[in-house]
Design a protein around this ligand. Sequence first.
Ligand SMILES: Nc1ncnc2c1ncn2[C@@H]1O[C@H](COP(=O)(O)OP(=O)(O)O)[C@@H](O)[C@H]1O
Ligand SMILES: [Mg+2]
Length: 241
Amino acid sequence: MLQVQNLTKRYGAKVLAVDNLSFQTKEGEIYGLLGPNGAGKTTTLRMIATLLEPSEGSISVAGFDVRTQAEQVRRNIGVVNGGMGLYDRLTGREILEYFASFYGMGKLDIAKRIKELSTALEMNELLDRRAGEYSTGMKQKIVIGRAVIHNPSVLILDEATNGLDVVARRAVLEFARAYKGAGKVVIYSTHIMSEAEELCERAAIIDHGRLIAEDSIQALKTRASAQNLEDAFFTLTKGAN
Ligand SMILES: Nc1ncnc2c1ncn2[C@@H]1O[C@H](COP(=O)(O)OP(=O)(O)O)[C@@H](O)[C@H]1O
Ligand SMILES: [Mg+2]
């Protein structure tokens, strides 16, 4: 579904943000991209989403190459990246309609899709209020809704629960679980190990742009003789540096 091969990204001559990174995901899984701040997660995800060009290496999304088939990649990918900029004066529904129009969806398809998302994300009558009145949690639902309006096969959640309260956070995690259940892939990027442990089947641990380990959550813990993923993370990254 998603294949990353020998991916490298340099910013200028000095910063090596991603260093020869390889991993691949399967259909129907939540795949964790885990590492401390500055590890290279966002840089990697931006290259997957065709927002940033790789220095070296290749990426394919649903069989499409990010360099030569960027348009098809964009149709197969949705991104939630922490930014929550919404037009305050539009309603949630209008924002979703606006994004749907980018994908050339027809009016009926758009209405049907918004109805599905309204149910899945429990947005209901709030959809017809202006975004300026929304809570942080409701804003994040709209951000997620607009990322999946075109029903992409790969959903990228980059630190998607940052700054959310416990209820809103739960809603994001539940949406991720439901989304992969439909045979899709969710890439869940976070520095919060407990969240990844709760949510992901498999994960890549990265540090200083390099892959430290990639395996099922259980296997990562076993390999590090750790009780939980956070302990495993520290053991594995310490061994590598
Ligand atoms: N636009 C940029 N220019 C220069 N360096 C950058 C830029 N964006 C990120 N970096 C650097 O690249 C490294 C990886 O950053 P990032 O991908 O944002 O990591 P993460 O998302 O894991 O916190 C960091 O050292 C960061 O300072
Ligand atoms: Mg980041």
